[in-house]
Design a protein around this ligand. Sequence first.
Ligand SMILES: [Zn+2]
Length: 123
Amino acid sequence: MKELSREQLLDIAKSPKAAVRCSECSSLSCPGWISKPGYFDLSKLRIVGTLRIEGAQESWDEYHPDGTNFWSEDAPISIQHHPYNRSDILECGCCKKKFLHYTEYGGYYLDERIRELSAHFIV
Ligand SMILES: [Zn+2]
């Protein structure tokens, strides 16, 4: 999978998307992280690349200099920090909208999380 730099991520986030309301992904409303709704089929999105760096040390630190928290809709997207450092970038095949996606592994559960990729929040 293609490892993306911050610059590449910015380019992807700024790349044009269709302005129309998309029938494939408009059911996903996730300016901040959400657990992927059960009705949404992730295979509608295709993987563009990943922010995971092969062999990099795991880091669970989050980045919230302005008092945001993990779930904040305005939380910064810092690619060195959790959970962005383990996220893949997905694209809607229909409207080209981009999403961040990672899997949270709990003790007895697995939670797929998704957030819209907005260039505005990339730091
Ligand atoms: Zn779409």
